[in-house]
Design a binder for this molecule. Structure first.
Ligand SMILES: [Zn+2]
Ligand SMILES: [Zn+2]
Length: 167
């Protein structure tokens, strides 16, 4: 299993940069850090990238399921090891969404997550949504907010309605 990290520790070091758009970019990133470009690494990264394009954060198990469909020779341990390796290199970040470890390539469009404390449902919040707060903080206190990939707790509309009805 990849090392556990707290949600507050899921910052994306390459925020603002573009998602690597082709395999060569991954190859450059790996070679630039002195690592070999293996077929497995390329396949796992592609699976994450496809998930990110669809707005999904994939768990290690989901990555395994998807990769297995086309590459049954790649075993689960290799998937977990590769994800861990990408995290250590900073190519992928990991978040804890309601106890579910999910992965996505860093450099994916900046966003946060709204997490319903009752049903565990998550919504994606565009990072722009916190710009007003960042400006206000800077103006009033001089504090420079550096918020990346936050998990913001609350109650979703569905659960809020259900609570009203039973009150
Ligand atoms: Zn809910
Ligand atoms: Zn995310």
């Amino acid at each position: 299993m990849p090392a556990r990290r707290r949600a507050s520790n899921t910052s994306c070091p390459s925020r603002g940069s573009n998602l690597p758009s082709h395999a060569e970019t991954l190859a450059e990133l790996l070679r630039g850090r002195g690592h070999r470009v293996t077929r497995q690494r390329t396949i796992v990264f592609d699976a994450l990238r496809k998930g990110a394009r669809a707005g999904k954060h994939l768990s290690a198990e989901t990555v395994y399921e998807r990769v297995r469909q086309q590459h049954p020779e790649i075993d689960r341990a290799t998937i977990y090891r590769t994800l861990n390796f990408f995290c250590e290199l900073g190519l992928v970040h990991q978040a804890d969404l309601n106890g579910r470890h999910v992965f996505e390539p860093t450099g994916t469009h900046p966003h946060h997550h709204l997490l319903c404390a009752r049903c565990g449902h998550t919504l994606v919040l565009n990072a722009d949504a916190l710009q007003d707060l960042a400006r206000t903080l800077l103006r009033k206190t001089g504090f420079r907010l550096d918020a990346r990939h936050l998990i913001l707790p609350g109650v979703c509309a569905h659960c809020a309605r259900a609570a009203e009805q039973t009150a």
